[in-house]
Design a protein around this ligand. Structure first.
Ligand SMILES: C[S@@+](CC[C@H](N)C(=O)[O-])C[C@H]1O[C@@H](n2cnc3c(N)ncnc32)[C@H](O)[C@@H]1O
Length: 187
């Protein structure tokens, strides 16, 4: 595991933050981040302790031609991530994803990993996807959940994605269940 990711995982453990993305999701994030074009923008909804963010930054390597914005609603949790050492082109911002999304513009890669912008307000996230932009959603495998409301939530996300005819989707039965969606360029 990259040392920067390892440090973020340790910070999460020290603060008993249990919701970080798993390794497979993180590696996928790194791969997708590496493909973002020069001048591109990456958005993470739900910074948590910064593990997903560390994978994104790892994927970018030393590149400074891509900006990364990560939004976290809880200031205490954001503080865990902010304790990390991030390059200048990475910003952790405190706020409610649903409230701020309409003013953020478009992004080339979005990791929607917060209640807001994923389970609630997903259409706002889809509107923030640039042409050829890629959205990554984890926790999409209903078999991992027992409660009917979780199944309903996953079903609602899947319906919202399926109704957007501009998206190309793949369902990956790995980790917690991953969906990747790419926004087809408008004609
Ligand atoms: C699953 S964790 C994020 C894990 C992180 N993305 C990672 O990969 O390590 C979800 C985070 O979203 C935050 N959150 C929940 N609702 C939010 C909202 N409406 N806007 C921004 N962040 C939110 C929670 O406080 C929590 O820290």
């Amino acid at each position: 595991m990259p040392a920067s990711v390892d440090a973020a995982v340790r910070r999460a453990a020290e603060h008993s933050f249990p919701y970080s993305c798993d390794r497979a999701t993180g590696e996928l994030l790194a791969v997708l981040a590496a493909a973002v074009p020069p001048g591109g923008r990456i958005l993470e909804l739900g910074t948590g302790a910064g593990v997903g963010l560390a994978w994104i930054v790892h994927g970018l390597g030393g590149r400074t031609d891509v900006s990364v914005l990560s939004i976290e609603q809880d200031p205490v949790t954001a503080g865990i991530a902010e304790a990390g050492e991030w390059p200048a082109h990475v910003t952790v911002s405190i706020g409610d994803a649903v409230a701020v999304l309409p003013g953020l513009g478009r992004f080339d890669l979005v990791f929607a990993d917060a209640e807001g912008g994923k389970w609630r307000g997903l259409p706002l996230t889809l509107r923030a996807l640039a042409d050829r932009g890629v959205l990554l959603l984890d926790d999409m495998d209903p078999q991992r959940y027992e409660l009917p409301e979780h199944h309903r939530s996953i079903g609602a996300v899947r319906s919202t994605l399926a109704e957007d005819s501009g998206l190309v989707l793949v369902d990956l039965p790995v980790a917690s269940g991953i969906i990747i969606a790419t926004r087809r360029p408008s004609a």
